[in-house]
Design a protein around this ligand. Structure first.
Ligand SMILES: [Zn+2]
Length: 60
């Protein structure tokens, strides 16, 4: 099995990982209650998805 001859320095690994960035999740407006929600997820505010009530949201 091929193996690396020398270990990479911490600096080298960290320089490579400077390009790894977290991206903001996609949000959109709920067509039922017009709150911002994650796309392709049931709305946490009203519990609707695809025009139907999927979940009963927790009362505040
Ligand atoms: Zn909603």
């Amino acid at each position: 099995m091929p193996n690396p001859k020398r270990r990479h320095s911490k600096s080298r690994s960290r320089k490579r990982r400077t390009h790894y960035k977290a991206t903001a999740p996609n949000t959109g407006e709920c067509p039922n209650c017009h709150e911002q929600k994650l796309t392709h997820r049931a709305c946490p505010n009203c519990g609707y998805y695809d025009g139907r009530s999927i979940i009963i949201p927790k009362e505040a």
